[in-house]
Design a protein around this ligand. Sequence first.
Ligand code: SAH
Ligand code: SF4
Ligand code: F3S
Length: 438
Amino acid sequence: MKRTPATFHVKSFGCQMNVYDGERMAELMTAEGMRAAEGAEDADLVILNTCHIREKATEKVYSDVGRLLKREDGTKPMIAIAGCVAQAEGEEIARRAKVDVVVGPQAYHRLPELVRTAGEGRLAVDTDMPAESKFSVLPARRKVAPSAFLTVQEGCDKFCTYCVVPYTRGAEVSRPFAAIVDEAKALVDAGAKEITLLGQNVNAWAGEDDGGRAVGLDGLIRVLDGIEGLARIRYTTSHPNDMSDGLIAAHGDVEKLMPFLHLPVQAGNDRILKAMNRSHSRDSYLRLLDRVRAVRPDIALSGDFIVGFPGESEAEFADTLTLIDAVGYAQAFSFKYSARPGTPAATMDGQVPAEVMDERLQRLQSAIARDQSAFNARSIGQRCDVLIERKGRRPGQMLGKSPWLQSVHIECDAAVGDMVTVDIVDSGPLSLAAVLVR
Ligand code: SAH
Ligand code: SF4
Ligand code: F3S
């Protein structure tokens, strides 16, 4: 029997690039004439846009598929596995879980065709990394949130020894300058006030401007700065080694570039950093942050940390804690090391026991929480702009973001998408409270 799904639902896991890809897949299916379902439970086609970064993330896919195949009403949706698990496991997923489509992150523009194949009862797998770019065939952006993502760079050539991204996303590729500027303008026309430029190594972006001159991310940001109606520019995620002088300078003089920098360091000990193949040292990282702070003293700093990398001793872990003390992060993400099949670290000696990792993660997270609370408390008394992103939980309450990416609660009648000026009056561990300046 031929199956033609009428409704779809996309569920994205993992990083912001997956969120972006998920939005583009939804736009693609809409352009095909399908409707967005209320949720995964009542969609004819469910696209699970997966993440492979840690074991837990990957296992989630299989439990989700299991749940979808046991719907209370007895219906069975067509299931497509997209994203990094699709790329890493390919047809293997179709064998392990009963799914209909497997599509990698560089091939999802071919989804409509794959869904048709699956509709005819054949397994549809596409994990190619084709030379043609998916971006050139995806439909135009139409309706977006006030804060929108824009992928400008994909893939990674860094090969940190613990990480699957170079394998799941392929080599570093920068999208062309003109295509990015066009998409940024389309996003602003569609309602975006803030654009976050995305890439696994976004600060490695390189291109040529309209005049054929070589430009880096800073040059691109300076051009986007000129787009009328765009109020804020952010970018993530950056690698310390690709932080150019120009990009640092941009933090000092590009008004729309927000005072926030997510710059993962992973660990504070040089031997561990070397074993991770991070190609920066503790010192070079700290000196880099000093230079950014010199041009933008109020910058909010963020990072990523891994605890329990193979061979990490207690003393080496303590170096990560002292690095955190030295930086004073405004926020940070931290993870227990997860051995990923096929990566060099997975077979290294000295795998750290789970309970040691648990204990280290707890200590690290309380240090981060302490600094985040302190950073938030220092915001009290500040006057700043907030971009309203959604309604708060309480009636009459709206939620937005400060320039430093803090969540701000405001009792006011502003609408989603408004930029309002506020005074920060209170702070908590994860958010701020503010009143409107009349
Ligand atoms: N390109 C970015 C983000 C990569 S993935 C960067 O280099 O910073 C996001 C974060 O996941 C990484 O920064 C790292 O902290 C974490 N991560 C990656 N692989 C991991 C693994 N095998 N185990 C635990 N955490 C991991
Ligand atoms: Fe992974 Fe390292 Fe590349 Fe980041 S820089 S995506 S951690 S390999
Ligand atoms: Fe996960 Fe792939 Fe992003 S592994 S973190 S979804 S690049």
